[in-house]
Ligand binder design. Structure first.
Ligand code: SF4
Length: 457
């Protein structure tokens, strides 16, 4: 029997009807959605009026024109760290050494000044941390980006510690920014027991795994109920020496049972690998042609994901303005993982790094650089400078002397050997490369065919 959940006075949407299969699935996954009022009722918000064109064509054209004329283009993609505070303490965190150190995060009014000077090419922003939602101004910051830049796509990385809060942020952004595509990237490291041990939450009985699954399922129900057709929720797992033996079975569960809109398997980043002094450096490992077991697992499973997606066994298409747009976005993800496999096995690169030209980085206290590895190198920091020192004028740093010097090192610096940073190395390069986009379009078409044939099976 179908269950109809209650509507509220503030909700103009249709009531949410759960099928028997949905109810059984939620019960199996231990998701009690009635504990989250935001799934069945919402605050209403007025949309921000915006005439900005959020199409990628113009930023690509301007970037190519700038490169051909020897100019420095404004970034097309930005990684913005909004805090380095976190309520979890994961061993593989890139901020493990400095997490929760007293910092002075940029405020909303400071960030507004930065976004007003960042140029008119921005298409994609990745909000990362620390735990992004610990910055109480996060929704205001994203709205500022929507008002002041032509951003089309926003990713928020979160440990999903408080599902109700993430649902409330989603309601607000989906209504305030109607042309925005929002993806929640929820961290989860494997099966429940492993995940909850690895996350080190310091709270007895805290079920980090269940919170993530509740958020995943809640977001899908909100999309269904409120017609949020530009909302995606993905799960992200870091492939490390600690969890790689679990990942085959974990991938099976993700694909067959959890079914997020997308699953990202990220390779533990090089700088974090190097914090474990028992492991040989990437360069030494490659000289001896020896792949670490976790690297072999990464190669095997990302290849399997690709095969499953292209065979229609795994649905992998973003919810965007059109099916082709969503399929292309997914194809970009596949290309990025292909690029990383080439990096790990030292095959020829699909493309060069475009950090510091197409891709930019802003740290929580205002340091600007081409990428996180440049900004955080503890021995040779390659920050272009701090926004607070230049009146929040992004371009003053982006086109300054330091930036020009460090830009020459992109792709060739010590940080770059074995770099698999997807959102900072790969995506900016793909977004401004006609060849890569053509390849993504072809793969996107294949994805649509696979998804179509799968749905008729
Ligand atoms: S290859 Fe990686 S470390 Fe080097 S500049 Fe690009 S993103 Fe940064």
């Amino acid at each position: 029997m179908a269950t109809v959940l209650p509507t509220s006075a503030t909700n103009a949407a249709q009531p949410l009807t759960l099928t028997d299969a949905q109810q059984a699935r939620l019960a199996r996954l231990g998701v009690a959605i009635n504990q989250y009022p935001a799934i069945t009722q919402r605050e209403t918000y007025k949309a921000i009026f915006s005439r900005k064109s959020r199409d990628l064509t113009w930023p690509i054209t301007k970037t190519m024109a700038a490169v051909h004329t020897g100019q420095v283009p404004a970034p097309v993609m930005l990684t913005h760290i909004v805090t380095t505070r976190c309520n979890y303490l994961c061993s593989f965190c890139s901020f493990a050494d400095s997490l929760n150190a007293k910092t002075d995060d940029l405020s909303l009014s400071e960030i507004e000044q930065v976004y007003a000077t960042i140029g008119n090419n921005i298409n994609t922003i990745v909000y990362s941390g620390g735990e992004t939602t610990l910055n109480k101004e996060l929704p205001d910051i994203i709205e500022a980006a929507y008002r002041l830049t032509p951003v089309k796509s926003v990713y928020i990385i979160s440990n999903a510690w408080k599902p109700q809060l993430l649902f409330e942020i989603t309601h607000r952004l989906m209504q305030r920014c109607p042309d925005l595509h929002l993806t929640w990237s929820l961290s989860i490291e494997g099966p429940k027991e492993f995940n909850n041990t690895e996350r080190r939450t310091h709270a007895d009985g805290w079920d980090a795994w269940q919170n993530t699954i509740d958020t995943l399922e809640g977001m899908k129900l909100m999309r269904q109920r409120y017609g949020y057709n530009q909302l995606d929720v993905q799960l992200c797992t870091v492939c490390t020496p600690d969890n790689h033996e679990l990942l085959g079975a974990w991938y099976g569960m993700v694909r067959d049972d959890l079914q997020p809109d997308k699953w990202n398997l990220n390779l533990m980043r090089k700088s974090v690998q190097m914090a474990d002094h028992t492991m040989a450096s990437f360069e030494d490992r490659r000289k001896e042609s020896g792949l670490e077991p976790f690297e072999k697992t990464y190669l095997r499973i990302t290849q399997q994901v690709r095969d499953d997606v292209l065979d229609g066994r795994l649905k992998f298409i973003y919810h965007t303005g059109s099916p082709m747009e969503g399929a292309m976005k997914s194809a970009v993800d596949l290309l990025s993982q292909e690029a990383n496999r080439n990096t790990v096995t030292q095959k020829p690169q699909l493309f060069g790094c475009k950090a510091a030209t197409a891709g930019g980085f802003i740290g929580s206290t205002g340091d600007v650089s081409g990428c996180e590895e440049f900004a955080h190198n503890p021995v040779n920091n390659k920050s272009f400078g701090n926004l607070r020192d230049v009146g929040y004028d992004f371009m003053a740093l982006w086109r300054g002397n330091k930036a020009n010097d460090y830009r020459k090192l992109v792709g060739n610096s010590t940080e770059c050997q074995g770099c698999t940073l997807e959102s900072q190395r790969n995506y900016p390069a793909i977004l401004v490369s006609p060849q890569s986009l053509t390849k993504a379009a072809w793969q996107g078409w294949q994805l649509l065919q696979a998804a179509g044939s799968n749905s008729t099976n």
